[in-house]
Design a protein around this ligand. Structure first.
Ligand code: CA
Length: 245
């Protein structure tokens, strides 16, 4: 999943980008408030990690601007400020959660997943079809009932395709979801990924639409709807959509 990191501290930014990268996140890192605004306007982010003390435009202003313009990207405020006023201001303006530095990476990742899950709605944390199920919380992938091992990039690609059932996603759209800025992307990177995934998911699982891109192959009329999570009570409508009797 792709995340926007807004942090002006060089050391914190470097280490966060690297650490999150090693956990399968694709990180776009900007170092001031204005760049954060334009990145947010252009990008498709699972969440934003936002420092409050930033050059050019304060984090609080970035958040205010984002929410005022209807941006609903989940925001996790990361701040050295432990003043109650800042936290309250951040949450009032629509931050989903905050962490005070220093924090543990494990906690950060858990909170990131939580804000993303909350925004998606609990009934949306498992997506897929009868053949392929993707648990967005545990990142578990089930193919025909068997657990499959997917790399972080394969997971992101499958997530993108399953999120918009039937839609054809172009090479550029898929690259945007999988890779961060400045990452070297070879011209056939997506083809190579899909080739590998077909071996795991079945040769027909991902269809190529010549000249346009790729889409996931529907498996049945009930396929590709949002499935309720087994452990959480799902709204009735979601159960019906999933094809339950
Ligand atoms: Ca700062």
């Amino acid at each position: 999943m792709r995340v926007l990191l807004v942090e002006d501290d060089e050391m914190i930014g470097q280490s966060l980008r690297q650490a999150l990268g090693s956990h399968g996140w694709s990180v776009d890192w900007v170092k001031d408030g204005l760049l954060a605004q334009s990145a947010l306007a252009d990008g498709d982010y699972a969440c934003m990690l936002l420092d409050l003390g930033l050059p050019k435009r304060d984090g609080v202003e970035v958040l205010r601007h984002a929410r005022a313009s209807g941006d609903v990207t989940p925001v996790l405020v990361l701040t050295a400020r432990d003043g109650l006023d800042d936290r309250v201001a951040g949450l009032d303006l629509g931050a989903d959660d905050y962490l005070v530095k220093p924090y543990e990476l494990r906690e950060l990742i858990a909170r990131m997943r939580a804000v993303i899950r909350r925004r998606d709605g609990s009934a949306h944390s498992v997506i897929g079809s009868e053949q392929v199920r993707l648990d967005l919380t545990t990142r578990e992938v089930m193919v025909q009932g068997e657990r499959a091992q997917l790399s972080a990039r394969e997971f992101s690609l499958l997530h993108a395709l399953l999120e918009r059932p039937g839609a054809i996603l172009s090479r550029e759209q898929l690259e945007n979801r999988i890779y961060g800025w400045g990452e070297e992307v070879s011209s056939n990177a997506v083809d190579v990924l899909i080739h590998g995934m077909r071996r795991k998911l079945g040769p027909e699982a991902i269809r190529n639409v010549r000249g346009l891109g790729w889409r996931i192959a529907p498996s049945s009329p009930a396929a590709l709807s949002v499935l309720p999570v087994a452990t959480a009570p799902a709204p009735l409508s979601a159960v019906r959509e999933a094809g339950a009797p």
